[in-house]
Design a protein around this ligand. Structure first.
Ligand code: THU
Length: 134
């Protein structure tokens, strides 16, 4: 299977899991799919809470799923939301994604099919990492 086949599958998986988002407060459904080095796909959706600050974004849910599956070798994060222009991960998710792989690609897409490919290194320049710890 080619890399673009895997990306197409990941995009489909992110679009599907988006419908499982629990977002009764914002009604804003987000799906994410992480691609690992063997072409495995790990999905997540946003999960909101009545205590709003406890909301988990789709990207962080996908990191949790990949980690639970034993995969940290993530190369691409695919993101899907229903917006006129593609959204990019929030600051907290950029930091969590960077812990996994600061050089991953982030493929930001809309339900209508608009897409922009970014590098996490550009989304989180000069980020804090384990390398800064004494
Ligand atoms: N959200 C995500 O899941 N990912 C993003 O990249 C942006 C925001 C969620 C959090 C919250 O449930 C809703 O979208 C509105 O902010």
């Amino acid at each position: 299977m080619t890399h673009s086949d895997v990306e197409a599958r990941a995009l489909g998986a992110a679009r599907d899991v988006r419908h499982r988002a629990y977002a009764p407060y914002s009604q804003f459904l987000v799906g994410a799919a992480l691609i690992d080095a063997r072409g495995g796909i790990h999905v997540g959706c946003n999960v909101e809470n009545a205590s709003y600050g406890l909301t988990q974004c789709a990207e962080r849910a996908a990191v949790t799923a990949a980690t639970a599956a034993g995969c940290r070798d993530i190369t691409v994060c695919v993101l899907v939301a229903d917006t006129p222009e593609p959204i990019t991960p929030c600051g907290a998710c950029r930091q969590v994604l960077a812990e996994v792989n600061p050089d991953m690609d982030v493929l930001c897409t809309t339900v209508e099919g608009k897409a922009v490919r970014l590098s996490l290194a550009d989304l989180l320049p000069q980020g804090f990492s384990r390398h800064h710890l004494p």
